[in-house]
Design a protein around this ligand. Structure first.
Ligand code: PEP
Ligand code: MG
Length: 861
């Protein structure tokens, strides 16, 4: 038995909405029952627009039609009078979910054909009839399209042949009766909606599994008469840029009668006056002006940019349909901002209307969605945007290529710090190994460099200088490929690209977003260039500066290696003295760029092997550099090797075992503060200790850092505003957060390592099996990509709660790669965190996402 609540809802729907509704200003209609198109037609009618007679079929009516229970056909046809010509269009709840194609001229038959010959002439009338038979045969009777080609010349003979084919294939003459035709059209459109492909396509666009389809049956406005007759389509903004522009086509009836008007319709004339040819504005100035006023009315009252389909019927304008203008990401931002600036929608709504991922597209070049894609291999989409270039297999080839001014794609098994210079020189990076938090991915995102990682089907043969893709095709060094870091595809050649577009509308939208957002957004930025990008995107500070990345640049790698090779503390100190001014200059540059904001500097956290060469040539270079015999260098490199470097002598362990390194970094930070302070730049510095697992680690480092601060303060006589905090990225640090927080002003959760350690899953190797894990539903998503709220999230929540017990005002944030994602921002808001930190290019996306979540929170309260 039905429960009362369901029962009530069912009764309400049955009594309120009928299966067939003649669309009038007051008819009971809803997008959830009749679909967006039907509801929009009612709105147009309410705005007094001349819409031809239209009947809407509800989702239920269409569902019944699919299982053979047609609606009352007499009732459906009654409003259209005798011998009507009708169009049938889909009306899904959200227009983006699509639906079967429209069928036009339902009701066309031999008698109507004779009438049309008198009006349109034999050729056009024949073409119209043949097109109807063709579309009925293919889309309604589901016959073989190859049997129903339109001949170049439409004549009575061709029509007869087509009719004969229809009869041969179906054992029935072509139906002449409008009721039969319409019934079959409704049935076929209803069934098409239930097909597997249609279902998968709309589900990919976010439609629920049980999404319904409505249909609208409308009188074809194809009048006869002396006045102008024809069909057109118009929109009032450019779909690519979103700028105001009248775009569309108009086709006089002899051509228009046979098909829907599209962008490329043959025989179309311009809408606005144009030196290149005739225009509707010249032909019918009054109707043109009326059309413009309808466009304006739609924008103001439907609160949207609409594409309007219209006809002229013996000189009278009719509006057939209006749908949301198709738009690029750039246009979606421009349109939302313009509607709010014109006070048609509130700013909150403009902020809600733009999909945050659309901003990410604007920040990078993209492969034109219309371009053909010839895929060589697929991997993980690790850093968005697309770039083309010649294949190079080493960092030095990348640098040489850049020096020649030739864009290149650096293809590596995986990247290491030695590749940094090559990555800077390359247009894009492709690796065989690694996941979304691998070296290539992190650096790629920081640089805004398109990057695909973990392309495990790729074979790289350095000896022959070739790479081979998933299907066995191979490409030589120097051949051009394209890396699409947005989709994870690697493509042959150089498809057409769409340029990045940061315009005023983009900035305005983000400024509005900041007014609504209630959580901070900082950037992970390691170099002055990153910091500048972060500042350009209005990050509220730096949430993570990975200082080891500063040593991958220029001559520093060499000095760093000397430091690693120093056996004695004094030798190490001597090398660190050379590194000190470099670090000081780095921090000074960051502080100046981020003037007035917080900068969180993470002390050194590299697995040391990353700084050591892995091949013979590298070992030889190193031997030369440190002036030691090759065997000695090789032996020392082997001695430094660890079985599992990610769990080895990293982070604070290094700081405790070799304290001079952190001493030097702390000094560099404080001296840089003094230097910028003397220039009048205020900075709030934060020093973060990585990979902590025990409170004593924090105590030891804190006492040394405070001692350095004391020394710098004593010498400079300048007060230093700094805070010391902990990067919480081991499960134990979460569990012991209460005693760790006693010594930490802030706790920043490093979700990359925390995910790695919670799952016991290597960040760098997970790519190998992740797709099969996700495909088989072992994990819902790659946890390095989407924050695992259930597991990792629970540890973070526990850490935050325990941290607050000993220090209620402890500043909380996350700074792993998840930082900019919707799931992580929602989680951090819910737990009352202070900010999220993400790569600079994700900052705009995070600002918009945070604002949308805050606005959604207001709505649901
Ligand atoms: C982390 O572990 O989440 C983090 C941000 O640090 P890294 O990626 O440098 O290990
Ligand atoms: Mg980490």
């Amino acid at each position: 038995m039905l429960q009362p609540r369901n029962n009530g809802a069912a009764v309400q729907q049955q009594t309120t909405y009928k299966p067939l509704t003649l669309i009038t200003p007051t008819a009971a209609m809803s997008p959830a029952v009749h679909g967006g198109r039907a509801k929009c037609l009612q709105r147009l009618i309410r705005l007094d627009m001349p819409v031809p007679v239209t009947v809407a079929l509800s989702f239920d009516a269409v569902h019944e039609a699919a299982i053979g229970n047609l609606p009352d056909m007499d009732e459906l046809l009654a409003p259209f009078g005798d011998a009507p010509l009708l169009s049938v269009r889909p009306s899904s709840q959200d227009p983006d979910w699509g639906g079967p194609g429209a069928i036009l001229n339902v009701g066309m038959n031999d008698a109507r054909y004779v009438e049309l010959i008198n009006w349109l002439g034999e050729e056009t009338a024949t073409k119209l009839y043949m097109r109807f038979v063709q579309s009925y045969a293919i889309h309604v009777a589901r016959l073989d399209p190859d049997e129903f080609h339109m001949p170049d010349q439409a004549d009575a003979k061709g029509l007869k042949a087509m009719m004969a084919t229809f009869e041969y294939e179906t054992d029935m003459p072509f139906p002449q009766d409008v009721e039969t035709q319409l019934a079959e059209v409704l049935r076929s459109m209803a069934r098409a909606w239930d097909g597997t492909t249609a279902r998968l396509l709309r589900q990919a666009k976010g439609a629920p599994a049980d999404a319904g389809l409505g249909l609208v049956v409308q009188a074809m406005a194809s009048g006869t008469g002396q006045g102008e007759c024809g069909q057109g389509v118009v929109q009032f903004v450019d779909s690519v840029t979103g700028q105001p522009k009248i775009i569309g086509r108009y086709v006089s009836s002899h051509l228009a009668a046979t098909r829907e008007i599209g962008r490329e319709t043959e025989g179309a004339i311009y809408l606005t006056r144009d030196t290149r040819g005739p225009s509707l504005e010249d032909l019918c100035p009054d109707q043109f002006a009326q059309l413009i006023s309808y466009g304006d009315l739609c924008r103001k009252r439907l609160r949207e940019e609409m594409e309007i389909k219209f006809t002229l019927q013996d000189g009278a304008l009719r509006i057939l349909d209006a749908v949301r203008v198709q738009r690029s990401s750039r246009a979606s931002v421009r349109i939302a901002v313009a509607l709010a600036e014109d006070q048609i929608i509130p700013r909150e709504e403009a902020v809600m209307r733009v999909e945050p991922a659309a901003l990410s597209e604007l920040l990078h070049r993209q492969v034109d969605p219309q371009a053909a894609r010839d895929v060589i291999v697929r991997g993980i989409a690790a850093s968005p945007g697309a770039a083309s270039g010649r294949i190079v297999l080493t960092a030095s080839e990348a640098q040489a290529s850049a020096a020649r001014g030739e864009p290149c794609v650096l293809v590596r098994r995986e990247t290491t710090p030695e590749d940094i210079r090559g990555m800077h020189a390359a247009s894009a990076v492709l690796t065989m190994r690694g996941g979304v938090t691998s070296h290539a991915a992190v650096i790629g995102r920081g640089l805004g460099l398109p990057c695909v990682v973990g392309a495990s089907d790729l074979v790289i043969d350095r000896k022959s200088g070739r790479i081979t893709g998933a299907d066995g095709r191979s490409f030589a060094v120097g051949e051009t490929i394209t890396v699409d870091g947005t989709t994870g595809q690697v493509l042959v050649g150089e498809p057409k690209m769409l340029e990045a577009a940061l315009d005023g509308a983009f900035q305005t939208l983000l400024d509005w977003a900041d007014d609504f957002r209630d959580i901070g957004v900082r950037a992970n930025a390691d170099t002055p260039a990153d910091a500048q990008t972060a500042a350009n995107f209005a990050a509220e500070g730096i949430g993570l500066c990975r200082t080891e990345h500063m040593f991958f640049e220029g001559d520093r790698l060499g000095v760093m290696r000397e430091m690693i090779f120093a056996e004695e503390s004094d030798d190490r100190r001597a090398v660190l003295d050379r590194l000190l001014p470099m670090q000081r200059a780095d921090f000074q540059a960051l502080f100046e760029i981020m003037a007035g904001k917080s900068v969180c500097v993470r002390l050194f956290d590299p697995p040391l092997h990353e700084f050591l060469p892995s091949d013979k040539a590298g070992l030889r270079d190193l031997a030369e550099q440190v002036a030691l015999p090759l065997p000695e260098v090789t032996e020392r490199v082997h001695a430094l090797a660890e079985y599992n470097p990610m769990l080895g002598m990293r982070g604070v362990r290094l700081g405790i075992a070799l304290p001079e390194i952190y001493d030097m970094q702390a000094r560099a930070i404080f001296e840089a503060m003094v230097a910028v302070g003397q220039k009048g730049v205020a900075i709030s510095a934060e020093i973060m200790i990585p990979l902590v697992s025990a409170m004593r680690e924090v105590e030891l480092i804190k006492s040394r850092v405070d001692a350095v601060a004391h020394a710098v303060r004593a010498k400079s006589r300048i007060d230093l505003d700094y805070r010391l905090g902990v990067m919480v990225e081991t499960p134990r640090a979460c569990l012991r957060a209460h005693d760790i927080a006693e010594h930490a002003d802030f706790l920043s959760f490093g979700t990359n390592d925390l995910t790695q350690m919670t799952y016991g899953l290597s960040r760098d190797d997970a790519g190998r099996f992740m797709s099969s894990y996700v495909q088989q539903g072992v994990y819902a998503e790659d946890p390095f990509h989407t924050l695992d709220i259930e597991g990792v999230g629970e540890l973070i929540a526990l850490g935050a709660e325990r941290g607050r017990t000993s220090r209620p005002d402890v500043v909380l944030s996350i700074c792993g790669e998840h930082g900019g994602s919707r799931a992580a921002i929602a989680f951090c808001r819910e737990k009352g965190f202070d900010y999220v930190s993400c790569s600079p290019f994700r900052v705009p996306v995070a600002r918009l996402t945070a604002a949308q979540l805050a606005l959604l929170g207001q709505i649901s309260r």
